[in-house]
Design a protein around this ligand. Structure first.
Ligand code: GDP
Ligand code: IMO
Ligand code: MG
Length: 453
């Protein structure tokens, strides 16, 4: 098992992050890909801390890369806790599940020697199912739109839309009832094939109708793997928590992509901020005292939408190259820019971050000068408030503070107090601006490439 391949003493413990007791959520504070997977895996791998690791939102649009020893894992629907022995992983009701992708991921993990079975993976019977028509609709909507969002094409938006519409939606629990599954799949496929063929035709786009026969055959095979894992995860988590077991919630996507609080409409379709933890798992707010905010030392974004600090120049290319900023899910190059403290203050507030982890600090170690955005100028007016409107945000001109580089290498440092003076000053600048303590600086992708107090 991967957990055994690392020296335990080299990996920071949850207690070093201030997580001595209680449940905790790990949440992205930018536009995704902050390194949530690394922190979840690191915290989950501690033997006596958290018992359950639960995903609460999103679907296969997420891509969490976790490095354990010499092995790299790309997780999409599986919680990153799957890599740690003796933990129960939960895919909560707020997640939208593509059974084909989930089975593929489970089989991929098993091929790498990772145990995945009905003991260490539980799937909510209330989670909605992503069907092939959702993926087709996602692609058709993007192709026919004058202002595409740049989605991952994983059917996320259409599945959540159907969940809200209620009439053409199927949940994991419904799939277990064979009669219902056959009837509902046939009924909805007929509706979707008619609707999507007509949408495609009016935009001169292609649509391959979904075959009910094939879909039901595939479903049967997928359910052989998934059915034993499906249960009432809300009660599972609440019962366990009442008995003193601890739950670590793993956010997918990130607060600036939150359907309510992000840069709408250039967002995903779930509550990816910490606010989604409660609706997405059935665990009430007061049961989650810790919110670990995950943030890069700079800023990235994939897909469309405003990004005030984006660098469309050689500096942006340099960050992309050093940080290997290419998507885990789609392989798309990520848009790169300087850290945006206006956005971070907003997301740390909305998500209620109780501490911060600053990731990929090593990426900036060769820079002589670093800029951070401390305010925006919008229509000539200076503000430190993050606007609700994407149009206004697109007009925001960053006001930068320029600071000196780190003045030394950070990648070999394992204690925050041992960081070079410039790096310490950089972390202090973030802490002071946000008013939340920085408890961790990540200086490389591996579990132990981490500096804590
Ligand atoms: P997530 O979606 O938030 O889990 O983040 P991703 O896995 O999509 O993207 C983060 C990428 O950065 C992954 O390839 C990680 O292996 C890598 N990574 C995480 N922390 C660090 C770090 O401190 N330094 C470097 N250089 N890479 C890191
Ligand atoms: P992780 O969990 C980065 C972005 C997409 C697109 C928008 C909507 O790896 O941080 P969707 O397919 O969800 O309808 O796309 O949201 N997006 C992400 N960007 N990391 C992610 O997840 C993302 N999940 C969605 O690029 O702009
Ligand atoms: Mg990612």
């Amino acid at each position: 098992m991967p957990a055994a391949t690392q020296k335990k003493s080299a990996i920071p413990t949850p207690a070093q992050l201030g997580l001595k007791s209680g449940n905790a959520a790990i949440v992205g504070l930018q536009w995704g890909d902050e390194g949530k997977g690394k922190v979840v895996d690191m915290v989950a791998s501690a033997p006596k801390a958290f018992d359950f690791i639960a995903r609460y939102n999103g679907g296969a649009n997420a891509g969490h890369t976790v490095v354990v020893g010499k092995t790299k894992y790309a997780l999409h629907l599986l919680p990153s806790g799957i890599l740690s022995r003796g933990k129960v992983n939960v895919i909560g009701n707020g997640v939208v599940i593509d059974p084909a992708k989930l089975v593929e991921e489970i089989e991929g993990m098993r091929a790498k020697g990772v145990k995945v079975d009905s003991k260490n993976l539980k799937i909510s019977d209330r989670a909605h199912v992503v069907f092939p028509w959702h993926k087709a609709e996602d692609k058709l909507l993007e192709a026919s739109s004058a202002s595409p969002i740049g989605t991952t094409g994983r059917g996320i938006g259409p599945c959540y839309a159907d969940k809200a519409l209620r009439v053409n939606a199927i949940r994991m629990g419904d799939l277990l009832d064979e009669k219902k599954r056959v009837m509902e799949v046939a009924r909805i496929a007929k509706f979707k094939n008619t609707l999507l063929a007509s949408l495609a035709a009016s935009y001169q786009l292609e649509y391959q109708p979904v075959s009910v026969e094939q879909l039901l055959k595939d479903s049967e095979l997928q359910l052989k793997v998934l059915a034993p894992m499906v249960c009432d995860t809300a009660m599972l988590l609440n019962d366990a928590s009442a008995k003193g077991k601890r739950v670590l919630f793993e956010g997918a996507n990130a607060t600036l992509l939150d359907i309510d609080h992000g840069t709408y409409p250039f967002v995903t379709s779930s509550n990816c901020s910490s606010l989604g933890v409660h609706t997405g798992t059935g665990m009430a707010g007061h049961k989650v005292p810790h919110v670990i905010g995950i943030c890069k030392a700079y800023q990235t974004r994939v897909g469309s939408g405003p990004m005030p600090t984006e660098l469309c120049d050689s500096t942006g290319d340099r960050i992309r190259q050093i940080g290997r900023e290419y998507g885990t899910t789609t392989g798309r190059p990520r848009r790169c820019g300087w850290l945006d403290l206006v956005a971070l203050k907003y997301t740390a507030t909305v998500s209620g971050a109780t501490c911060l982890c600053i990731m990929l600090l090593d990426v900036l170690e060769s820079f002589d000068e670093i800029k951070v955005c401390v305010a925006y100028k919008i229509n000539g007016k200076k503000t430190d408030r993050f606007p609700a409107s994407a149009e206004l945000l697109a007009k925001a001109v960053p006001v930068y503070k320029t600071v000196k580089g780190f003045g030394g290498k950070v990648s070999d440092v394992r204690k925050l107090s041992k960081l070079p003076a410039g790096a310490k000053a950089y972390l202090r600048l973030i802490e002071d601006a946000i008013g939340v303590p920085v408890v961790l600086a990540s200086v490389g992708p591996a579990r132990d490439q981490t500096a804590v107090n």
